[in-house]
Design a protein around this ligand. Structure first.
Ligand code: GLP
Length: 252
């Protein structure tokens, strides 16, 4: 499929969120777990997902929630789920709490594990035992990362613990009182290997600030310098964008 055919441009960010939520609902009904992401882009997506679930007939909603299995991409090393800045707390507030999911239905790496490398291996093994990802939801980092796969990063990089870049500390500082130095220096992330092994990938990008990095990710040859560019090689990649994010795409 030509890359242009995989880019679905929506009228605005709210429509992007609605479309992403609809695809997530379909993913949740699938055989394999869904892969979930955090970040500001996902907040309206999870809001739309909650509303869609609430609007379903009770029996259908109950069946979807009973069968819910998800693995998040990443977590900061050193942050406990009780820390509101952790991705575990973000997911508890956005989905696990309001949807009353059972413990273990929505999984993340454990940021407080004493040996983060070992925790990354455990998490990868748990995902493999669950059959790998069906639908993988992704945001796009300002430096071209997906999950926390910081550049440079090859397509075979596995789930691991790694150092975050200065660009990412800056991007995510708002959750840490605006101070990049307060952002944890390390994270555990699913690798490009696990992401590219997903049956289907849904990359969600909104806002003008991501327009140039999205253009490079989709239109330049895949390179370790821009981890999201490996997504071009996935046979079932769908990119959902609003007009500002799509503004630099030649094929849009
Ligand atoms: C974060 C997360 C990514 C996320 C991306 C975009 O650092 N690790 O999973 O998709 O960066 O974040 P945002 O949506 O806030 O721009």
């Amino acid at each position: 499929m030509a890359l242009a055919a995989r880019v679905q441009r929506q009228p605005d960010a709210a429509a992007v969120a609605e479309q992403a939520a609809e695809r997530l609902l379909a993913g949740l009904a699938g055989r394999r777990p869904v892969g979930l992401a955090t970040g500001r882009t996902m907040e309206p997506v999870y809001g739309a997902l909650r509303r869609r679930l609430a609007a379903l007939p009770a029996a259908q909603r109950a069946a979807l929630l009973a069968g819910w299995r998800s693995f998040n991409l990443d977590e900061y090393v050193g942050l406990a789920p009780s820390d509101p800045r952790s991705f575990a707390a973000t997911m508890a507030a956005a989905l696990a709490g309001p949807l009353e999911l059972r413990p273990g239905q929505l999984q993340l790496p454990d940021g407080t594990a004493p040996w983060p490398d070992q925790e990354a291996r455990r998490y990868a093994a748990a995902l493999a035992a669950a059959g790998g990802i069906g639908l993988q939801l992704l945001g796009l980092g300002s430096n071209g990362h997906v999950g926390f796969n910081e550049p440079p990063c090859g397509a075979e990089a596995p789930c691991r613990c790694l150092e975050l870049t200065a660009a990412t500390a800056l991007q995510n500082a708002s959750a840490f009182g605006g101070d990049p130095a307060a952002v944890p220096s390390r994270a555990i992330t699913l690798g490009m290997a696990e992401i590219l092994a997903a049956e289907e990938i849904l990359l969600v990008v909104t806002g003008a600030a991501k327009a140039e990095i999205l253009r490079r990710a989709l239109e330049e040859p895949p390179t370790a310098a821009l981890p999201a560019s490996w997504l071009q090689q996935h046979p079932r990649l769908m990119v959902l964008v609003d007009p500002p994010a799509a503004s630099r795409l030649r094929l849009s």
